[in-house]
Design a protein around this ligand. Sequence first.
Ligand SMILES: CC(C)(COP(=O)(O)OP(=O)(O)OC[C@H]1O[C@@H](n2cnc3c(N)ncnc32)[C@H](O)[C@@H]1OP(=O)(O)O)[C@@H](O)C(=O)NCCC(=O)NCCS
Length: 136
Amino acid sequence: MILGIGTDLCDIRRIEKTLAQFGDRFKFRLFSEYERAKADRRSHPAGSYAQSFAAKEACSKALGTGFRQGVFWRDMVVRNLPTGQPYMEITGGALIKLTALLPAGMEARVDVSQTDEYPMAHAMVIISANPKAPSE
Ligand SMILES: CC(C)(COP(=O)(O)OP(=O)(O)OC[C@H]1O[C@@H](n2cnc3c(N)ncnc32)[C@H](O)[C@@H]1OP(=O)(O)O)[C@@H](O)C(=O)NCCC(=O)NCCS
């Protein structure tokens, strides 16, 4: 059952300017250690930061809050499965909001799809609820 969808476009040139102006202050305020490490080992970190930025905005829309109601940037972390497929790890105020959306007996899944084609990065997030696996 789909609970929410969100999408966002981010201009990579805007992220390049923000990185040049604010550097670590920007990185540490918005991004997790995992996201920073991933972006900073790329030849073009701004593209990776822009994709994560877009995914966080898309996720805040899928939650129905934006960056309000206690939902913060670092509550939403884009991670990758060993195959490379991205997914979103949710903590903090975003997790409280996500839990409130969930019907009883269900668990959440947050799928992410991202792309970039300079100068734009795009992300889509789908939040779904699935029956909890029976505990063994
Ligand atoms: C929802 C939010 C993320 C929208 O982001 P935005 O970049 O300002 O705007 P976008 O063009 O990407 O999206 C706007 C659309 O999001 C949708 N939207 C607005 N509030 C929403 C909400 N609570 N839930 C889901 N979608 C929402 C609307 O369709 C809106 O279009 P409209 O204004 O024509 O109705 C915004 O409310 C927010 O919280 N922005 C904070 C951004 C910020 O702090 N930026 C600073 C960067 S350092």
